[in-house]
Structures are given as C-alpha cells and as structure tokens.
Design a protein around this ligand. Structure first.
Ligand code: UD1
Length: 357
C-alpha cells in the first residue's frame, strides 16, 4: 500500500510522526508531502528532526497568504504531486488549509482520501478550521474520528457508514514524548529558568489575534496571573502585537519563541497550568494532568471540559489564579485512547482497500 500524507502546519507534523512509524512498521510505502504553509525553522524543521520523521518527498513551498490565495496555491501543486506519486491513499490531518486543499485535489482525480481527526466540530461557522473540517469530512472516503463524540457528529451529518473510531494519534506521540523526556530532559532555551513556578500560554487563533481590542483583552488577561506566564509566541501573535502596538510590558509576562515538541511537553509537565486557544495544547494539558484555561467560546475537545481539566473563559472575566488552583481529581478515564491509535489507522486503511477489492 502506498500512502501519501499531506501536511503543512505545526500540529500536523506531530500527528504525522506516529502514523509514519506505524506505516513503516507494517511494510507500507509512505510519501510525505509538505505544502509549506508553515516554513519557519522552529514551526516546521525542528518537528521533523525531533520526531524522527524523514524529509518530505515534496515541498510545495506555498507560504503565507490570505485563505483563498494560500489554499489555491496548494490545490494546483497538490494535484500534480498526487498524480506524480499515484498513491492508493491520500491521508489528510486535522483542519488546516492544507487539509482542505489536499482533500479537494484528491477527490477530483478520484484518489481515495482518509481524514484523520474527522468529526470534530466547534459549531462556530466563523472559524476557518470549521469550514475546513466539515468540507474535508464530506469529501473523504474513510473518516477516522478520534472519539465517540466526534463519531456522533459524523452520524448526525449522515457520514457514519464511512467512519471508524480509531482513537487519537496525538495521544500516541504525547505519551511517548512524556516518557522520553522523563528519561532525557530536553535542553530548554537559555533564558528559560527552572526554579520558579510558571504557567504556559499560547495564543494564535484569528478570533483572538486579528482585532486589536480583543488582543489587548487577552494579553491583559494573561498578565492578571499572579504566577509568571511564559508565552510561547506564534509568529501571528508577534506580528499582531507589534502591528497594533499592544503593551506586553507586565512583570509576570515573559515571551519565548515556539518550542520544539519535546521542549513543549517538558515545559507543560513542569508547569502550574496552561492558558491557550490551541486545540492541541488543551488536549496535551489534559493528557499530562495539567489544568487548562481555554480563551475561546467553544472547544472541539469537550471531554477535557466535562472531566474538569479545561475551563472555557471566552470573555477573560474569571480569575486565572482561582481556576488554575481549583482542586481536581485524577480519574482513570481515557477518552482519547491509550496511545495506540496510529496502528488502528493503518489497519483501517488496509481493511478498506481489501474490502474494495
Ligand atoms: C494554522 C491553522 C490552524 C492551526 C495553526 C497551528 C489554518 C486555517 N489554520 O494557523 O488551524 O491551529 O496553523 O499553528 O490552516 N507565519 C510565519 N511563519 C510560519 C507560519 C506562519 O511567520 O512558519 C505567520 C505568517 O505571518 C502568517 C501567519 O503566521 O500570515 C498565519 O499563518 P497561517 O499558516 O496562515 O495560519 P496559522 O495561524 O498558523
């Protein structure tokens, strides 16, 4: 079986790692195509290096642009690339513009598409990720939802007969990395410091960054923590802070460049809490047993909220200190699987081709 994975943005490199290992372990051919959506060294290359993913077979070098321009550039490049490699599967990940472009390119030339992380919904139709995931699910031949709730969304949209719950591949890589950094802690940035308690923050969603008043509200909210906040700044956040001339000069706020994946896991495990608008980080905090505040009106990962580890604070109006210090009990419930989802993914790809004959 020849599988062509299309990735382009940071969270997709993380999901690619366990899938790559599982495909290679079972003797399949894996072609990796990078759209070039994320291109900074610390947003892309370090993930390939640290997670043991080989160099992509092709890089379309698309870079940043408006949604339409970025997606269109990917679409034409991907059609040529898929035709060139002639895979049995195009495998797409999550909900970025790279995901949608790959699904659209493949469906038009009748190459089977499998969507990893299918069925997630925020029900917020203003989010670019929500358009991407709904359109990708409906274009795909095989849907691989991570959870029972994601499966129920697909059922509601009439897609259940194309879907199989496989668990969450991010759990595979998060647990493996947690165990690895426990043995061998990664080298952290030189000014990281390691004795004082701290909290981790990341903010990058358009809804939080692209309006100056909203961005100022979010930055002020981070600064309201009595414990140091280490902001791992996505390029979009840095660009918008400087464009809108928003003050970040607060005694408890410190800014760092994005971390590599092992550094991030190490940083979260040793932190006192997380404040974020990232889907991936909400779930990683949960998996690592660290409380989280999500600065959004809704979350796709509702299990983290239901189990008491994640609190949505859309209006930045509830005390950071109170939420993050609330007592919590560790329960032995694993809504995201136990860390073997990538093997299930490979089995489902094999089974579908076998049944098709
Ligand atoms: C994208 C995904 C989002 C995902 C996020 C993870 C879409 C619609 N959004 O958002 O779902 O959670 O990746 O990070 O696909 N930039 C750089 N260097 C880079 C990458 C981006 O400077 O390597 C800057 C550019 O100024 C660009 C901006 O960041 O305009 C936004 O990048 P883009 O890839 O369009 O979206 P993200 O916000 O990263």
């Amino acid at each position: 079986m020849r599988v062509l994975s299309v990735v382009g943005a940071r969270p997709q490199f993380v999901k690619l790692a366990p899938v790559h290992s599982a495909l290679v372990d079972r003797g399949h051919e894996h072609i990796i195509v990078h759209t070039g959506q994320h291109y900074d060294h610390n947003m892309s290359d370090v993930f390939f290096r640290d997670l043991g993913i080989p160099e992509p077979n092709a890089n379309l070098g698309v870079g940043s642009a408006s949604h339409a321009h970025q997606t269109a550039a990917m679409l034409s490049g991907l059609e040529d690339t898929i035709i060139h490699f002639s895979p049995d599967w195009v495998l797409v990940y999550g909900d970025t513009n790279s995901t949608l472009a790959a699904a659209l390119a493949a469906v038009k030339i009748h190459v089977p598409i499998a969507h990893l992380e299918a069925g997630l919904r925020s029900f917020n139709r203003r989010m670019p990720e929500e358009h991407n995931r709904i359109l990708t699910d409906h274009a795909s031949d095989l849907l691989l939802p991570p959870t029972a709730i994601a499966m129920s969304h697909l059922r509601n949209e009439g897609l259940a007969n194309r879907a199989v719950v496989v668990g969450d591949v991010m759990t595979d890589v998060c647990f493996a990395t947690r165990d690895a950094v426990r043995q061998n802690p990664p080298l952290m940035p030189t000014d990281w410091g390691n004795t004082d308690p701290y909290r981790i923050a990341t903010i990058h969603r358009q809804e939080n960054t692209d309006d100056p008043n909203r961005l100022k509200q979010v930055i002020d909210y981070l600064a309201s923590s009595s414990i140091e906040i280490r902001v791992l700044a996505h390029p979009r956040l840095r660009n918008k802070i400087s464009e809108y001339e928003i003050s970040t000069d607060f005694p408890t706020l410190r800014f760092f460049n994005p971390l590599s994946y092992p550094q991030l896991v190490h940083a979260v495990v040793n932190s006192d809490g997380v404040i974020t608008d990232s889907g991936g980080l909400q779930k990683e905090a949960f998996l690592l047993g660290v409380p989280c505040i999500t600065v959004r009106f809704e979350t796709e990962w509702t299990e983290t909220v239901a189990l008491g580890w994640n609190t949505l604070v859309p209006n930045c109006d509830q005390s950071v200190d109170e939420i993050l210090t609330m007592p919590r009990t560790h329960q032995n419930i694993q809504p995201y699987g136990s860390g073997s989802a990538a093997k299930n993914v490979v089995t489902e790809l094999e089974t579908w081709l076998h049944n098709r004959g």
